[in-house]
Design a binder for this molecule. Sequence first.
Ligand code: ZN
Ligand code: ZN
Length: 358
Amino acid sequence: MTTSDERCQLAFSLAGTEHEVLLLSNLEDVRWCSGFTGSNGWLVISRDSTTLLTDGRYMEQARSQVPNHVDVVECRTAEVMAETLGRVAPSGTIAVQEGDLTVSAWRRIATAVGRRLASASAELANLRRAKTAEEIATVRRAARIADDALASCLELLRPGVSERAVRDVLEARMRELGADGPSYDTIVASGPINSARPHHRPTERVFQSGDSVVIDVGALIDGYHSDMTRTFFVGDPIAELLDWYRTLLEAQATALDLVAPGRAVRDIDAACRAVLARDGLEEWFTHGLGHGVGLLIHENPFLNGTSRADLRPGDVVTIEPGLYRGGFGGMRIEDLILVTDSSHENLTSSPKDPTCPR
Ligand code: ZN
Ligand code: ZN
């Protein structure tokens, strides 16, 4: 358990201690540091103070959500923001989140404060990576709800049922089981064309015998996401689809085995692709291996072949290799994994048997 004060000071130090003040603009970071969940919020953090800037719509909510150490100031203009920044830190550089600030916001703020804005250290992007026990418990609950919802929908995976029908039932079940809603637009992708699109949106297409059906589903609880994918075969698929699935399952297991603190993510990505390459399937794996999950569905660390990141204890990441060939079919297997002090724990418990009940 970390306090809001500790989180604010962590953000301040990750931004680079050469700066006098940090202007935090990323809403998930603002939420993580202060508890404020409104859609307009900025945190001005110095070594010894934190101020939340928001507009009139959120003043009451802000006062009730933030702890005592955070001052709340109503702010509609860059001039009011500049006033607060000047009061908190009369001199020195102001660190901002360059990946999060629009060019126009950067210009407006710089003009109003009349001082140099500097990019915060890239390390600030890792602020929310190490999940606390409380956050892990929430993600675990979300993962469990998605598992249970999927299990209750398997009987729908038969010829004549549409992608949208399965999506609707899955999302309703997750709400019944206590989720605030789906973690993202649930993917139900079937047959030779749709299942070969990694981010397909469910349609009225009905399942046919021989289809592969990719279901990517997660639950949202208190702002925290879960994420998993399973692939099923309706009826009897052609032998080549089954061969693909066996190789994909082995590639995913190979990657899972390597998940541990200190491991370079690109080594995990390479090991997974090596299994696919052995069977001549590497070219059909067209996206990254995985991503961090937390207050955002896609967040640091990103797992791919070009990343320089190593896994750390407390990371919650997906391992999700897939194979997609338009006109033939597609498949993906995705688990949500917690990196522990010595190894990892799989937060997804849905079985990986692709056979549908008959
Ligand atoms: Zn997913
Ligand atoms: Zn994912």
